[in-house]
Ligand binder design. Structure first.
Ligand code: ZN
Length: 211
């Protein structure tokens, strides 16, 4: 993995709790709302203000949506197809937009991902790339971990000859607070298989640069 740009994140994957939903979801939303309201009270905000009256409920609702990837059963259904054409060149989808929430500060980081693989026996529909990305983005996340999870998913589903993911993102926790570096872009990459070979990586970068 390589990093360019300034966000000091640890890369330890850690284990993620699964969010079991169903009947319990309404109760969970209500409990989150209670805690958010307590935070707003601690900030001495006037909760009678019409703009703040139901903010705790909206935030709770929004968290459940933004962390949807943690839900049990949220995994994207990815059907693979036999590679009948024996296609053995690079398949790439670039500039896939995404939004996620930084694990450290619970504020957004967002940007675009470039995902490529070289098939072996199985291929997937191109639209699946963004589904996979979204699944891993919708949770408290680190850019490094997101990058690795997407490439690992491709590897486990397709057993390709190789795969590569590059993510470019802006982190609001960097831009809005502390060191304040507006516009700074953090770049992460993860490679598997044949992408370890320089010419293959160069082809990826060449395709990336092409308009
Ligand atoms: Zn952060």
């Amino acid at each position: 993995m390589t990093r360019i740009g300034g966000h000091a994140l640890d890369t330890e994957a850690g284990t993620e709790a699964r969010l079991v939903v169903g009947e319990a979801e309404d109760e969970r939303r209500d409990r989150i709302a209670v805690h958010v309201r307590a935070i707003l009270e601690e900030l001495d905000l006037d909760l009678a203000d019409p703009n703040l009256q139901r903010t705790h409920e909206r935030v709770a609702e929004m968290y459940l949506e933004m962390f949807h990837g943690l839900r049990e059963g949220a995994e994207p259904e990815v059907t693979t197809f036999p590679n009948d054409e024996k296609y053995s060149h690079m398949v790439m989808e670039k500039e896939i937009p995404f939004y996620s929430m930084c694990s450290h500060h619970l504020v957004p980081f967002y940007g675009k991902a470039h995902i490529a693989y070289i098939p072996r026996d199985e291929i997937i529909g191109l639209s699946k790339f963004s589904r996979i990305l979204e699944f891993y983005a919708k949770r408290p996340q680190l850019q490094e971990r997101l990058t690795e999870q997407v490439v690992d998913y491709l590897e486990s589903k397709l057993a390709p000859q190789g795969a590569m993911v590059v993510i470019e993102a802006r982190h609001l926790c960097v831009e809005m607070r502390g060191v304040k570096k507006p516009g700074a872009v953090t770049v992460t990459s993860a490679i598997r298989g044949t992408f370890h070979e320089r010419p293959v990586r160069e082809e990826f970068l060449d395709l990336l640069r092409r308009p």
